[in-house]
Design a binder for this molecule. Sequence first.
Ligand SMILES: Nc1ncnc2c1ncn2[C@@H]1O[C@H](COP(=O)(O)OP(=O)(O)OP(=O)(O)O)[C@@H](O)[C@H]1O
Ligand SMILES: [Mg+2]
Length: 489
Amino acid sequence: MEETIKILVVDDEKVIRDGCHRVLNGKGYQVLTAENGKIALDILIKDHIDIILLDLKMPVMSGEEVLERTSSQYPEIPVIIITGHGTIDTAVECMKKGAYDFITKPFQFDPFLLTINRAAEKRKLEQKAKNLQDENVKNLYDLYLEKSRLRTIINCMANGVMVNNRNMEVVLHNPALMKLLEISEQKENPLPLNKIIRNESLVSTLDKIQSGKTSEGEFISQEIKAMKKTLRAISAPALGPDNQVVGTVTVLEDITPFKQLDEMKSDFVNMVAHELRSPLAAIRQQNSVILEGLAGPLQEKQKALLDRVIQKIDTLLDLINDLLDIATIEAGKTVQRQIPLDVSQIMENMVALMSAKAQEKDIQLACSCQNMKTIFADPKGIEEVFSNLITNAINYSPSHGKVEVTAEGLNEYMEIKVMDTGFGIPPDELPKIFDKFYRVKHPQTRQVMGTGLGLAIVKGIVEAHNGTIEVESTPDQGTTFKILLPIIK
Ligand SMILES: Nc1ncnc2c1ncn2[C@@H]1O[C@H](COP(=O)(O)OP(=O)(O)OP(=O)(O)O)[C@@H](O)[C@H]1O
Ligand SMILES: [Mg+2]
């Protein structure tokens, strides 16, 4: 809402004061009156006045004197001189001393209002300009404050921060980064990235971000080695005003202690699993001997009980084998036994092996090959991949479903797909299913036994073969796992 303009009419003639009051009020102005200069100056001290209408000939204090005082104290207020016909010269004199305009008595309605309106317009424009300027100053101050606040935050952060421009030069870094990279001397920005860190995978990530290949809001997390430490580097694009990529921001954290702890944990799990496997296998074997009646005849009830015992031992042995698999894969050992391989044989064998399980649930299990090519792979590992994916497809499908396994040679890859028409996986769960021990909590699959290691093992094996695995799923419609393995040229 616009504020009303306040006009102060200073005249010793009551008729003029009242006349101005009536006319200007009628035009939406707020009007204050003073019968002499002294009263006018008092009002100016207390009130915010926009325009002064000032008579020249007044008792107590002359109009000229009032004008002199207002011009020096309130230069922003336009003063309009009221003058009789005979004293125009004096009015002109007043204009030279800083009056805004003059009007002559007796007033003519239109010119009078025109003059007032013009002065009011000037006041409003000046006020607007002043507001804009104030705002500008405030914005600049805020910006400055924001910048220095940001600087302080970055400098106090325990993690290393590095901002790079498009030329791969570091344009901003914090003390924590220098400490992480064990650089003691002061480095002035901008400095080439390779002067402080040499890491190909980080450089290629930053390249990828700079070329705009990442989607908005996406950041890339990777582990890199530097100065015998393991660092987690999280990089994201730095965007300019038009949302174009002007550089990259990377935050680095030292995760060496976590890595060591993780290794210790893996070693421990590995050791325990190993130690448990042999005695368990022995227990299973002895139970089988008893069950087969080799230690004397058994009654039906005893047989049933021993059967359950063996089933439970088998579940335990599966878990232990999974744990050992994980440990081996993490140690990167699977890659050592690679041979030239046509996967069709393994695929058909695994499908045949699983068909009994599929039949139990009345699930159609089929496989097909096309344009087969040789890959360089570990047969045991590939077996494991098929076994896990097909078992999952059967386990996580209702009865009467369909599971299809295909292998097809493409240009550079063998593409292996395991498709089912099962319960599917909700989109927000998809990124987590390859994590160790992660299982989707779903009422329809609650009865399925499992440890959540299968897909972690599959992913580990595929990656050890320089391959990729992807999953697409629609809840209640089905899931497709797609694997690409590089073929031998
Ligand atoms: N084909 C599928 N359809 C629907 N959900 C699936 C499918 N495959 C995997 N999942 C979901 O992903 C989770 C992880 O699978 P993963 O094979 O790693 O573990 P698991 O089957 O639970 O146990 P195990 O270690 O015995 O294989 C499963 O618990 C299941 O919720
Ligand atoms: Mg599984």
